[in-house]
Design a protein around this ligand. Structure first.
Ligand SMILES: C[S@@+](CC[C@H](N)C(=O)[O-])C[C@H]1O[C@@H](n2cnc3c(N)ncnc32)[C@H](O)[C@@H]1O
Length: 329
C-alpha cells in the first residue's frame, strides 16, 4: 500500500552533508530531520528553480544533490510487485540503494534501463520527470516520481575533451547550460571573469561566442590565438559594466567572498547591460547562507549545487536566453 511521506527526501552532496544538516536543523519546520541511510527526511522545503521571489524564507535549503519532491512509501511482497508499483507510475526510475543491494538489483532489472552513457555537449536534460527510489528494508520502498534534478540522482557525466580545455572547470558551465537549456549562441558577447587558465573561455569560444576573458593572470596561450577570444588583465570587480558595455552573458568563476560577487552582480543587473548570468558562489570556509539567499531572491534565478561544483553553488539567471534547438542533441 502506498503512503505519502510528509515533506521532502534530500540526497546530500557527498562531502557536504553537514551543510545540509545545518540548513535542515536550522529550518523553520520545527522538526529535526529524520535519517534513512544517507538520506534526510524533512519538512523544510528545497529552493525550487525559478520559484524565487524577493522573499526567500530563512529555512530554504540549497545544499543538496537531489531532492525527492513527492516521496511515498510502499510495502511490497515480491520483487515483481515492487517493480510494478514503480512502472505503474512512470518510466524513468533511478535506484539510490544504501541497503538490500541484491534485492534492489533484481527490482532494477525489471524496470526500463536508464542510459549510463556519458552525454555529449551540447545536450539538454529531457523534460520527462526523473524518479528515484530506494529500499528501506526487504519489503519497503521509499520512492518519488519527481525530483529536483532532471539527472539521475543529480549526477551528470559528459564526454570530456581531455585535450583542448586548459582546465576541467568547463564541465560546470556545460552542466549549467544542460540544466537550463539556455546557452550563448554564435557571436553572443560573453564576459568570462576569473577566466584563467581558461576552461570556461574555451567552452564559450567553442559555442562560437565572442569572449572577453578577464583575470589577474593570463589564460592559456592557445586560447589567445582564437579569433573570438580576447584577454583583459584586470581585477574583474573594479571593471564597471560601462567599461565593458553591452554583453549577452556574464560568466564568473572568480574565487572571492560571496558578498563581493553579489555587489558586482547587483551593479550589472542595475546597469541593464547584461541579460544572462552564470556565477559560481564560492564558499570561503563556512558556507555563506545569507548571501546565497540574496542571490536566490533575484526573481527568476536558480541557485543550485551542480554535480561538478565543489564547495560552491551556482547562480544561474537566464531570463531571455533560449537555447538554439539546432545546438541541442
Ligand atoms: C577557479 S579559477 C577559474 C577557473 C576558470 N573558470 C577555468 O575555467 O579555467 C579562479 C580564478 O579567479 C581569478 N581571480 C581571483 N580574484 C580575481 C579578481 N578580483 N579579478 C579577476 N580574477 C580573479 C584567479 O586568478 C583564478 O584564475
Amino acid at each position: 500500500m502506498d503512503a505519502p511521506v510528509k515533506g521532502w527526501v534530500y540526497q546530500p552532496v557527498p562531502g557536504f552533508e553537514s551543510h545540509l544538516a545545518r540548513e535542515l536543523s536550522e529550518g523553520g519546520s520545527g522538526c529535526a530531520p529524520q535519517r534513512a541511510g544517507p538520506f534526510y527526511l524533512s519538512e523544510t522545503p528545497p529552493f525550487m528553480p525559478n520559484g524565487a521571489s524577493p522573499d526567500i524564507p530563512r529555512d530554504t535549503v540549497f545544499w543538496f544533490q537531489n531532492c525527492w519532491l513527492e516521496p511515498f512509501q510502499a510495502v511490497f511482497a515480491s520483487i515483481s510487485e515492487a517493480a510494478s508499483i514503480l512502472r505503474g507510475i512512470q518510466r524513468n526510475w533511478v535506484a539510490a540503494l544504501f541497503t538490500q543491494y541484491r534485492r534492489g538489483a533484481l527490482i532494477m532489472k525489471k524496470l526500463p534501463p536508464l542510459s549510463a552513457k556519458r552525454r555529449p555537449f551540447p545536450w539538454r536534460a529531457p523534460d520527462s520527470p526523473m524518479g528515484a527510489w530506494t529500499l528501506l528494508d526487504a519489503h519497503t520502498l521509499l520512492a518519488s516520481p519527481r525530483c529536483s534534478s532532471p539527472f539521475p540522482n543529480g549526477t551528470l557525466e559528459f564526454e570530456e575533451d581531455k585535450i583542448h580545455p586548459p582546465s576541467r572547470a568547463y564541465l560546470k558551465l556545460w552542466e549549467a547550460f544542460a540544466l537550463t537549456g539556455a546557452m550563448p549562441g554564435k557571436h553572443d558577447r560573453c564576459l568570462d571573469a576569473g577566466a584563467s587558465p581558461g576552461g570556461w573561455t574555451w567552452a564559450l569560444a567553442m559555442l562560437d561566442a565572442t569572449v572577453a576573458a578577464v583575470d589577474r593572470v593570463s589564460i592559456d596561450d592557445a586560447l589567445l590565438t582564437l579569433p573570438n577570444v580576447s584577454f583583459i588583465k584586470h581585477d574583474a570587480f573594479t571593471l564597471k559594466p560601462e567599461d565593458i558595455g553591452r554583453i549577452d552573458w556574464l560568466c564568473c568563476d572568480v574565487i572571492c567572498y560571496p558578498p563581493r560577487l553579489y555587489e558586482w552582480v547587483e551593479k550589472w543587473l542595475a546597469s541593464g547591460l547584461c541579460d544572462n548570468f552564470v556565477c559560481t558562489i564560492k564558499m570561503q570556509g563556512e558556507p555563506d547562507f545569507e548571501t546565497t539567499r540574496r542571490f536566490a531572491a533575484i526573481p527568476g534565478s536558480r541557485v543550485t549545487h551542480l554535480h561538478h561544483n565543489k564547495h560552491e553553488l551556482t547562480w544561474i539567471y537566464a531570463p531571455v536566453a533560449s537555447a538554439s534547438p539546432s545546438a541541442l542533441r
